[in-house]
Write a protein that binds this ligand. Structure first.
Ligand code: NDP
Length: 451
């Protein structure tokens, strides 16, 4: 990821500094390269962004917090994990971005996610900054009591950096309704404040917003619907491959079915299931969310499904692919297989699931490609709606909330689509999303001075 030959000089210099300063952070370098590699036309149109040192500043987090998380497991043994919060940019609003609990978490992963979040949040137009956090704690196989003790210890340190006007986390991989409850409860106890707006993704009974749970998956499908609409096509009748079987995947499958498509795959880190009758969302939720089992259990209980161990769903012939598990889960060979099988649309439910080689392959083949920064922005946009409802002490119903999400995704699509046209790359949503997001951030940074 150190090749700067294809980048204009001003951008290449900044990128080389990023590589030198963050030498052991390949995911962060990859995310920076992807953004810097597509905004040359913006910098040409706005030389003041170069003169104002926007690039040098935007690649450096405003603040990075790394901390010890000690806790005691059910056997009475001491465990120590590492906690992170990278507060990347508050130029457009309070820091906003999820927490990820997964053994692969390190500073590189959190920084790539925080960097992406800046531009994604800008694209939503909701007045939120960019951040990300988490821990290398693995909730798989842990009891509820262990997860609670871990969350309490994690928040015992992180609380001092949070607040409804300062930094507002949400869930991500490994952080769902259970973890958010424990984290919010501990914050409330330590601070002696019921500050609803300091966390999003809360249960709807205690300050959460309708549609937040569904928003990322639903939003990704709405984004795909917009992309298809540009070409006079629709979701109805499409065959869809989804990876992952967590929050994003489940609701992407759900919305695809509501729109008349058939989603036939789901996966986890052990392999994937293919179900020619269409994935049964209720069964998948039961297996993954209630029983916290692996996806092979789904295939065992569903006669029309089979489990393919150790492989990814990209070998299945589909019209639409929605990678919704994790970063770099779809490589160049996977992209070639999807293209050979006639895929027409790829939308990223996950953050950076496609490798740079895969993205290039999709663009070269004329596949409609919706990058995560735009396609999965529905989750954080609905989090911003949750913050608004908390501030106004209101609760909107499901139908109104979904209508708002639908309209926000239409706007996000329009912003990316229009920016791609404006900067001479019509139909290229990577250029469009990065340019539109970057423009908003850069204008605000220039206006607010050198800080
Ligand atoms: P969940 O924890 O609910 O689900 C994650 C899913 O991805 C699980 O099925 C998990 O399988 C699988 N997975 C995780 N790591 C790997 C891996 N290394 N290899 C293969 N499969 C893996 O997370 P979410 O659904 O919330 O998040 C999924 C993606 O969407 C992430 O990239 C996240 O950053 C992104 N995202 C999420 C948003 C949200 O609102 N939740 C908003 C925007 C983006 P297993 O159980 O085996 O680990």
């Amino acid at each position: 990821m150190t090749d700067t030959s294809e980048l204009p000089a001003a951008i290449g210099d900044v990128y080389e500094t990023v590589v030198a300063r963050n030498a052991h952070e390949p995911e962060f370098q990859q995310a920076v390269h992807e953004v810097l590699g597509s905004i040359a036309p913006v910098l040409e149109a706005h030389p003041e962004f170069v003169d104002g040192g926007i690039l040098e500043r935007v690649v450096e987090p405003e603040r990075q917090i790394v901390f010890r998380v000690p806790w005691v497991d059910d056997a009475g043994r001491l465990q120590v994990n590492r906690g992170f919060r990278v507060q990347f940019s508050s130029v457009l609003g309070p820091y906003k971005g999820g927490l990820r609990f997964h053994p692969s978490v390190n500073l590189s992963i959190i920084k790539f996610l925080g960097f992406e979040q800046i531009f994604k949040n800008a694209l939503t137009g909701q007045g939120i900054g960019g951040a990300k956090g988490g821990s290398d704690f693995d909730p798989h196989g842990r009891s509820d009591a262990e997860v609670m003790r871990f969350c309490q210890s994690f928040m015992g340190e992180l609380y001092r950096h949070l607040g409804e006007h300062t930094d507002v986390p949400a869930g991500d991989i490994g952080v769902g309704a259970r973890e958010i409850g424990y984290l919010f409860g501990q914050y409330r106890k330590i601070t002696n404040r019921h500050e609803s707006g300091m966390f999003t993704g809360k249960g709807v009974q205690w300050g959460g917003a309708e549609v937040r749970t569904e928003a990322t998956g639903y939003g990704a499908v709405f984004f795909a619907q917009e992309m298809l609409g540009v070409h006079g096509d629709m979701f109805d009748g499409k065959r869809v491959a989804v990876s992952g079987s967590g929050n994003v995947a489940i609701y992407a499958i759900d919305k695809a079915h509501q729109l008349g498509a058939k989603a036939i795959t789901a996966s986890d880190s052990t392999g994937y299931v293919i179900d020619d009758a269409g994935i049964d969302v209720d069964l998948l939720r039961q297996v993954k969310e209630v029983e916290r089992a692996r996806v092979d259990e789904y295939a065992r209980r569903r006669p029309s499904a089979r489990f393919v161990e150790g492989r990814r769903p990209w070998e299945v012939a589909v019209d639409v692919a929605i990678p919704s598990a994790t970063q770099n889960e779809l490589d160049e060979a996977d992209a070639a297989a999807l293209i050979a099988n006639g895929v027409r649309v790829v939308v990223e439910g996950a953050n950076m699931p496609s490798t740079p080689g895969a993205v290039d392959a999709f663009r070269a083949a004329g596949v409609l490609f919706g990058p995560g920064k735009a396609a999965n922005a529905g989750g954080v946009a609905t989090s911003a709606l949750e913050m608004s409802q908390n501030a106004a002490r209101q609760r909107w119903n499901f139908e109104d909330s979904e209508r708002k999400l639908r309209s926000i995704m239409r706007d996000v699509h329009h912003s990316a689509f229009a920016a791609a046209e404006r900067y001479g790359h019509p139909g290229d949503y990577v250029v469009g999303a990065n340019s539109a997001g970057f423009e908003r951030v850069a204008h605000a940074m220039l206006a607010q001075g050198v800080i």
